[in-house]
Design a protein around this ligand. Structure first.
Ligand code: DX5
Ligand code: ZN
Length: 233
């Protein structure tokens, strides 16, 4: 499959060193990433607990990049105002937590926020189809939400490609983002399936390489998979 877009990188701060958070975000920003991805977990919808609006506000103050909050929490509507006040520009909700998804989307719109929807790896993909014309972003989870550093689930490829087909059918400009296990070995597959943004956690914030080197390696891989596309034309 041939794609002409430049794929965007959205580092998740989940695996960052929280004692040096602003510094690490600055390193990612200078290396040319596009969005900061904030993984909010409540110990209820997912087992793990991360952080809430206060940390998101501190992150948003520390960067000029847009910030998106991925809310892995039950009853997310209760906190939309708080995340808006924290300075995030996009909120991503799980369809599993939003039985009244149309109203949820309207609430986000009324707050002037960009709207993202997502779903767990084995939630039937049809669950998001009726909402595609209403959203700015669809996020395909390629791991079970809850932890960083997990392995990419191979059946995600088909799900990304299916949603790419649906978005193209309705000429939607919505972003198609993929989250979980995206690294140097999986980034080309994800791009080739049709993603326009990838979330990268441990592939950017890890003990092995600096943030700048990690971002550079991902950018280089992306250039190489673009070259493969061109060769296959
Ligand atoms: C998973 C989170 C992801 C995750 C990404 O629950 O939504 O954003 O932290 O981390 P990696 O890239 O390490 O899988
Ligand atoms: Zn996420």
């Amino acid at each position: 499959m041939m794609h002409n877009w430049r794929m965007k990188l959205a580092p998740s701060i989940y695996t960052a060193d929280f004692g040096r958070l602003a510094e690490q975000i600055g390193d990612a920003e200078r290396a040319g990433v596009d969005v900061i991805h904030l993984d909010v977990m409540d110990g209820n919808f997912v087992p793990n607990i991360t952080f809430g609006p206060m940390v998101c506000a501190a992150v948003a103050r520390s960067t000029s990049l847009p910030c998106e909050a991925h809310l892995m929490i039950n009853g997310p509507e209760r906190y939309f105002h708080d995340y808006k006040d924290a300075g995030v520009s996009r909120i991503i909700v799980h369809v599993e937590t939003c039985p009244h998804l149309y109203s949820t989307i309207q609430q986000l719109r009324q707050l002037g926020l960009e709207v993202g929807i997502t779903l767990n790896p084995l939630t039937p993909i049809e669950a998001i189809k009726p909402a595609l014309s209403l959203v700015d972003l669809v996020l395909i989870m390629s791991v079970e939400p809850g932890y960083g550093g997990q392995k990419y689930i191979p059946l995600s490829r088909q799900r990304i490609a299916t949603v790419r087909g649906w978005l193209d059918e309705i000429d939607s400009p919505a972003e198609l983002e993929v989250d979980g296990g995206v690294n140097l070995s999986t980034i080309c597959e994800v791009r080739d399936a049709g993603a326009s943004i990838v979330v990268v956690g441990s592939a950017v914030f890890n003990d092995k390489y600096s943030v700048a080197d990690s971002v550079r390696m991902l950018q280089t891989s992306l250039q190489e998979c673009q070259t493969e596309d061109e060769l296959s034309v």
